[in-house]
Design a protein around this ligand. Structure first.
Ligand code: GLU
Length: 513
């Protein structure tokens, strides 16, 4: 590609960033990096009514957590700023004037009440889809129907007006979407979109096109919900005389609910008990609280890998890719057209793969807050070893607690059923001898412990199954968990003996009860 690749992620700060938005950011990032291009963040905050404080910070925190750091954007630098649309109001007004001058846009004075009345009247006549378009504009109050003097008079008198795009009549708009192929709109389907609102702010369409042009965006990669707007966007480029530099478009497939039925929505989080946002979000309202992938205990690498495959794959059987590897292999032509099912089990599988590949010390630092929230503060060395032992079985970070809480607290409950089934009074003497033997052990490491305990079992004419499960219950309270000798090593001699002695007393009581 000889053209300089510049892409943008252009979220509106109207609440927490949906996971679909994160995928859009990811695909933009991957495409930019693959082609040595530039990844911009642009904040589309022209809709004051929908603006939510904290949403921009949330977006930035998400990108930072995932490692998708913008090359340009508000707070990131760049030569094409400002990157917040609310700071570019004058630019849009200037370009709107340009369109008026070129005869591609017009003033419209119809008040919201008048438009409502018209809509009602049309509905009564059976036309439920009234549009301000080539047909109806001739009957409305605008600079196409009013005299120039009248228009000037109204403007000088401070009468509110909007500026609308003059959509050409009986024409077709065609563009090549890099995912969907050729897309065509008849202009008769397209209304005269408002470009500048009565409050002087641009609409999404206006600001988006002016900025993509001024920021020299080469590729617009965004969600499929924007496909219907693209007809207007192409018309706008042409209206400005920028027809030769229209960016390439790639519209990404929808993300579907876990059951494949319909689009994934924020309510599906609570419904399916899954995260649909990257990070925890707490809004103003009581219900406006959504836990994120991070709080569910996902690693950013896993979220990246999972999202990359939600609507794309490299065309091979390989599934595990780091962000750097994805930057190498990503290509727009492998994006799927059909919706991508949000398979939460797959997300957990990815997380498990990345947990297994994460260094034990790093895992310890991630698991520490979970353990501390439960009131324990193990030392680093111990926690690191525990994480190493447990990591194979954990899909999300809270699993470390679920599977290994007994590492941090003394055993409060023993697996009564199994103790009853396995404990016999004769075993008591054997266990006492074993404890004494262990107390003399010089090294307390897995291989030595294993040969020592196994030799003890043999020498005393016992069976593995008589001793090992009970040893495990003595240490952990449960038979589930990592290997018994590994566990002993992690506990060390003192703690192991303490637990075995305590269990011995408890087992008698349980067996008798
Ligand atoms: N502000 C739009 C959004 O919130 C941007 C759409 C686009 O990328 O053009 O998704």
């Amino acid at each position: 590609m000889s053209q300089k690749i510049r892409v943008r992620f252009a979220p509106s700060p109207t609440g927490p960033l949906h996971i679909g938005g994160v995928r859009t950011a990811l695909y933009n990032y991957l495409f930019a990096k693959k082609h040595n291009g530039v990844f911009c963040l642009r904040i589309e905050d022209t809709d004051q009514a929908r603006y939510v404080a904290g949403a921009e910070d949330y977006i930035k925190e998400t990108l930072g957590w995932l490692g998708l750091v913008p090359d340009e954007g508000p707070g990131y630098g760049g030569d094409f700023g400002p990157y917040r649309q609310s700071e570019r109001k004058d630019i849009y007004l200037k370009y709107a004037q340009e369109l008026l001058k070129r005869g591609k846009a017009y003033y419209a004075f119809d008040t919201p009440e008048e438009l409502d009345a018209r809509r009602k009247m049309e509905a009564e006549r059976g036309n439920h889809s009234f549009k301000y378009d080539a047909h109806s504009r001739k009957e409305m109050k605008n600079s196409l129907t009013l005299s120039e003097e009248e228009v000037q008079k109204r403007i000088s008198a401070g009468e509110p007006y909007v500026i609308r795009l003059l959509v050409p009549e009986n024409d077709t708009v065609t563009f090549e979407d890099l995912v969907r192929g050729q897309v065509t709109f008849e202009t008769s389907e397209l209304d005269d979109k408002v470009l500048i609102k009565a409050d002087g702010m641009p609409t999404y369409h206006m600001a988006n096109i002016v900025d993509d042009h001024l920021m020299e965006i080469s590729h617009v990669i965004r969600g499929e919900e924007w496909l219907p707007s693209t007809g207007h966007h192409v018309l706008l480029y042409k209206a400005f005389g920028w027809g030769d530099s229209i960016p390439h478009f790639a519209h990404l497939p929808l993300i579907l609910k876990p059951n494949g039925k319909g689009k994934l929505s924020k309510r599906d989080g609570a419904k399916f008990g899954i995260p649909v946002f990257p990070l925890d979000w707490k809004g103003e309202g009581e219900d406006d609280h959504y836990p994120g992938f991070r709080e569910y205990g996902f690693l950013p690498e896993a979220v990246i890998n999972f999202l990359a495959f939600l609507g794309w794959n490299p065309g091979t059987d390989e599934e595990l890719f780091s962000l750097d590897q994805l930057c190498q292999v990503f290509s727009l032509d492998k994006i799927h057209k059909g919706g991508a099912r949000f398979d939460y089990e797959k997300a957990r599988w990815y997380n498990q793969q990345y947990i297994q590949r994460t260094d034990d010390g790093k895992l310890a630092s991630l698991v520490r807050p979970i353990v501390e929230a439960k009131g324990f503060s193990p030392d680093d060395g111990f926690l690191t070893k525990v994480c190493g032992l447990l990591k194979e079985r954990c899909q999300v970070l809270p699993d470390f607690w679920e599977n290994g809480f007994w590492f941090f607290d003394e055993v409060k409950e023993y697996d009564t059923d199994n103790v009853k089934k396995r404990w016999t009074p004769e075993l008591k003497g054997h266990f006492e001898k074993l404890i004494a033997r262990l107390a003399e052990a010089e090294t307390f490491e897995t291989p030595e412990l294993e040969s020592m305990v196994k030799a003890f079992i043999n020498d005393n004419g016992l069976k593995m199954g008589q001793v090992l499960p009970l040893l495990r219950i003595a240490l952990a309270g449960t038979m589930k968990g990592p290997g018994v000798f590994e566990t002993m090593e992690v506990f060390g001699k003192e703690e192991t003996l303490k637990r075995l002695k305590k269990a011995l007393a408890a087992f008698d009581d349980i067996a008798e009860a």
